[in-house]
Design a protein around this ligand. Structure first.
Ligand code: GAP
Length: 439
């Protein structure tokens, strides 16, 4: 049984991964809230990314820039003039589309993809995707600020601050995780394309002559990161941007795509942004953003290789990739094969029955394991039902305290994927689980 977006949406709501924003008011379109399991999964995705980008590279450091920036930033970056999508309306059914997403044969006849009427589509109008707001009490043009549509610009305008304070030299990188906002014309497919989302971006500053080799390095590095969080290789591929697809700042770009239930779509982008951004900020701010290399005695504007991944899209990818409906002998089970390092809850602890001192022992185990990772205690319902609930939550290990525990201080560990149980001493349980989670 294959995974569909509907199944993912339903599981997310049922188990508390993701909810529609402002649901009791009839929802706010294309905005989502992360529930108790979702917030843990999202945090684990961000931690895994941060570990691999910042902690594992001596020449990459972190930054957390403000969402609101000086409005000139967005003029310099080209977003005020060029961050637009071609918007098309249907005069009949009033639906809106992006012209570049309409089947070319339909577009030739100006045929609406929704109601099918020919000649009913308007000519495209350019629609800027940035959200505008006002800073301070007066709503005048001078006070306009934008909600950032990408986190990257916060890195560019801070590149000298970061370099000078952390004593980095080119080549070096700055990593950042943070919210971005886009007034998308056609949001949808759950958390795939939303109007408020998070990005994990890293900007690598290099000598212009090294752009090809550094680009290749990051392209491969980012592709293999998805192996480390357990995303199936056969569901991933590269897509190179053709002439018409390249963003206004990019000389070369590759997407890492994933095969979602809605087809092959972009998960992450790797871009060669050349010296476009720093040159533009130098021009608009009047500040010197060049770099002087003491060894070669050369002055230049660094080129930037960018890796840009969506947190929400990575979470969706993990959910889709992990989902399985398994036909068992007597019933089916839904199991989320999330990589243990990403699993919202690492272990669940059950007393087999609520008597004979088993709940007390299970509570003691829970309290001990809590010091190491997220754990869940559950004593309600038949143990089989408890296992099933944890399977849907993606919990990799379930610990059961049973009558044998009372005799020899051992417990069972049930593995989510194989459903096999083995018996281990209660002493040292945290170390055993840590090994299995981080193996
Ligand atoms: N700084 C470069 C940049 O922002 P992008 O290709 O526009 O490049 C990078 O976005 C990544 O951000 C995408 O690959 C996707 O994962 C995520 N992303 C972009 N727009 C999004 C949206 N509306 N909703 C969710 N994620 C989005």
């Amino acid at each position: 049984m294959s995974v569909t977006m509907e199944k993912i949406v339903s599981l997310c709501k049922r188990r508390g991964f993701v909810f529609q924003s402002s649901e009791i008011y009839g929802k706010l379109n294309a905005c989502y809230d992360y529930g108790p399991l979702g917030v843990e999964l999202k945090k684990n995705v961000k931690d895994a990314w941060w570990r691999s980008m910042v902690y594992e590279h001596e020449n990459i450091v972190g930054l957390d820039a403000a969402i609101l920036m000086h409005p000139r930033v967005w003029e310099a970056s080209g977003h005020v003039a060029g961050f637009t999508d071609p918007l098309v309306d249907c005069r009949q059914c009033k639906m809106r589309f992006r012209e570049d997403e309409i089947d070319p044969q339909k577009w030739e006849k100006r045929q609406c993809p929704n109601c099918g009427n020919k000649g009913s589509l308007t000519e495209p109008r350019q629609f800027n995707l940035m959200f505008k707001t006002h800073m301070g009490p007066v709503e005048e043009d001078a006070a306009i600020v934008y909600l950032r549509p990408e986190t990257a610009q916060g890195i560019y305008v801070n590149y000298k601050n970061v370099m000078d304070s952390s004593r980095q030299k080119v080549p070096f990188g700055i990593a950042q995780i943070g919210k971005a906002f886009r007034n998308e014309i056609t949001p949808g497919n759950f958390i795939f394309r939303t109007r408020e989302f998070e990005q994990m971006e890293m900007q690598f500053f290099i000598h212009p002559s090294h752009d090809e080799e550094v680009f290749e390095y990051w392209k491969e590095k980012r592709f293999s990161w998805y192996d480390s969080i357990g995303i199936r290789k056969e569901k991933r591929r590269f897509h190179q941007h053709g002439e018409g697809e390249l963003a206004h700042y990019a000389k070369k770009a590759f997407d890492i795509q994933y095969e979602y239930p809605i087809g092959w779509k972009e998960l992450e982008g790797i871009h060669n942004r050349t010296d476009y951004d720093l040159s533009r900020h130098q021009e608009y701010s009047g500040k010197d953003l060049s770099y002087f290399d003491d060894t070669s005695r050369e002055r230049f504007i660094p080129y930037i290789i960018e890796t840009s991944a969506g947190v929400d899209r990575t979470v969706l990818t993990c959910l889709v990739d992990a989902y399985e409906e398994q036909q068992l002998e007597k019933d089916t089970r839904i199991v989320m094969h999330l990589n243990p390092i990403l699993a919202p809850c690492k272990a669940a602890v059950f007393p087999l029955v609520n008597r004979d001192g088993m709940p007390e022992i299970a509570h003691r185990i829970t309290d001990d394991l809590k010091k190491h990772f997220s754990v869940f205690y559950d004593d309600s319902g038949a143990v089989g039902r408890r296992y099933r609930r944890q399977d849907e939550a993606g919990t990799p290990f379930c610990i059961t305290v049973d009558s044998q525990t009372l005799q020899d201080d051992t417990v069972t560990i049930r593995d989510r994927d194989s459903m096999q149980q083995d018996r281990v001493p209660m002493q040292g349980l945290a170390a055993i689980l840590n090994d299995r989670i981080w193996q």
